[in-house]
Design a protein around this ligand. Structure first.
Ligand code: MN
Length: 192
């Protein structure tokens, strides 16, 4: 049985309003959890991890719901109301510097790829087995794990993630999200 993750904070306001957080976590994510539990019951996917399901399942309901749970679990646990550091510090900081020249240049490309993703999906920072980074746009429920890569940081560009707070201003939402990114968590994902 899959269950809804607990949030490691009470509020991310004003970057993400309490109302958006409550709907996004308590309604949207809960629905993906409920759907997946119904879909995998009695199938070969019952008892598998979310990662294994997205690696194995073909396009369709099982993949979509498992992918959306995996993506949202990584999304919600990468934020903090008051992050301890405004930037990565360790190996991740060095790798970003090496590949983009500066954190600002990295952020600019990440935001542009989020803004430029047509329709619903996710923009990701991902790493390969050699620790090389890339920014990817994935549609709908797709994610780095499906492609054999390590997921590090993601911005949800489905409209449910921002419409109550920012309406059509996706760019303004994405640019505000940097204020709550917990770089300590992203660094942990990179080095583990
Ligand atoms: Mn979402």
């Amino acid at each position: 049985m899959f269950t809804l993750i607990d949030l490691p904070y009470k509020s991310l306001a004003p970057v993400i309003s309490d109302q958006t957080l409550a709907f996004h976590h308590g309604k949207h994510l809960q629905t993906y959890v409920d759907n997946l539990n119904k879909l995998v019951a009695g199938t070969e996917y019952e008892g598998l991890s979310l990662e294994d399901i997205v690696r194995k399942a073909p396009a369709g309901g099982v993949f979509n719901n498992a992918g959306q749970i995996l993506n949202h679990n990584l999304y919600f646990t990468q934020f903090a109301p008051q992050p301890s550091s405004p930037a990565p510090t360790g190996n991740l900081a060095k790798q970003i510097q090496k590949q983009w020249g500066s954190l600002d240049a990295f952020k600019a490309e990440f935001e542009a790829k989020g803004v430029g993703l047509f329709g619903s999906g996710w923009v990701w920072l991902q790493a390969n087995a050699d620790g090389e980074l890339s920014i990817a746009q994935y549609a709908n429920a797709d994610n780095p794990v499906t492609h054999g890569l390590k997921p590090l940081l993601t911005f949800d560009v489905w409209e449910h993630a921002y419409y109550l707070d920012y309406q059509n201003r996706r760019a303004a939402h994405l640019s505000a999200l940097w204020q709550i990114v917990d770089w300590e968590e992203i660094e942990k994902r990179y080095t583990k």
